[in-house]
Design a protein around this ligand. Structure first.
Ligand SMILES: [Cu+2]
Length: 134
C-alpha cells in the first residue's frame, strides 16, 4: 500500500515537472506594462439616475416586450411604440387606455394598486400582455 502511494506521488511529481518544462514559452511573457494614460477625469455632472420606479415596455414587431412585467406597487410603466404601425395600451377591463400611439410616442401609467392588469392593443387584439403589481 505504501509503495503504491509513493508511486502515485512520484508520478505526480514527474508529471508536474514535465508539464512545467513543456509549457509554451508564451506563458513566460511578462505582463503588459501598466497603462500609462491617466484615468479619465471624474465626470463633473453625474449621469441622471434612472428614474426610480419607472420601467419601460416596448411595442415592437406587433408585440409588447416584456410581455409580463412584475413591478412593486407605485411603479410607473412607460410604453413606447417602436413600430411604424400605431398601437394602443388598452386595459382589458377598461381601467386605462392610451390614445393610438404613432411611432416613438409613449404612454405612461403609475400602478399604485396591487393586482394583475391585462391589456392589449385595440387595432391588434392579438397583442396581449400584462402588468403584475405586487
Ligand atoms: Cu397594435
Amino acid at each position: 500500500m505504501k509503495g503504491i502511494l509513493i508511486a502515485v506521488l512520484a508520478l505526480a511529481v514527474v508529471g508536474g515537472a514535465i508539464w512545467f518544462l513543456a509549457r509554451p514559452e508564451t506563458s513566460e511573457a511578462p505582463p503588459p506594462p501598466a497603462a500609462a494614460t491617466p484615468p479619465p477625469p471624474a465626470a463633473t455632472t453625474p449621469p441622471p439616475p434612472a428614474a426610480a420606479g419607472t420601467l419601460r415596455v416596448d411595442m415592437k414587431d406587433f408585440a409588447f416586450a416584456p410581455q409580463t412585467l412584475r413591478v412593486p406597487a407605485g411603479t410607473t410603466v412607460v410604453w413606447t411604440n417602436q413600430d411604424a404601425a400605431g398601437h394602443t395600451v388598452t386595459s382589458d377591463t377598461g381601467a386605462f387606455s392610451s390614445a393610438l400611439l404613432a411611432k416613438s410616442q409613449s404612454f405612461e401609467r403609475t400602478f399604485a394598486e396591487k393586482g394583475t392588469f391585462e391589456y392589449h392593443c385595440t387595432p391588434h387584439p392579438f397583442m396581449k400582455a400584462s402588468v403584475i403589481v405586487e
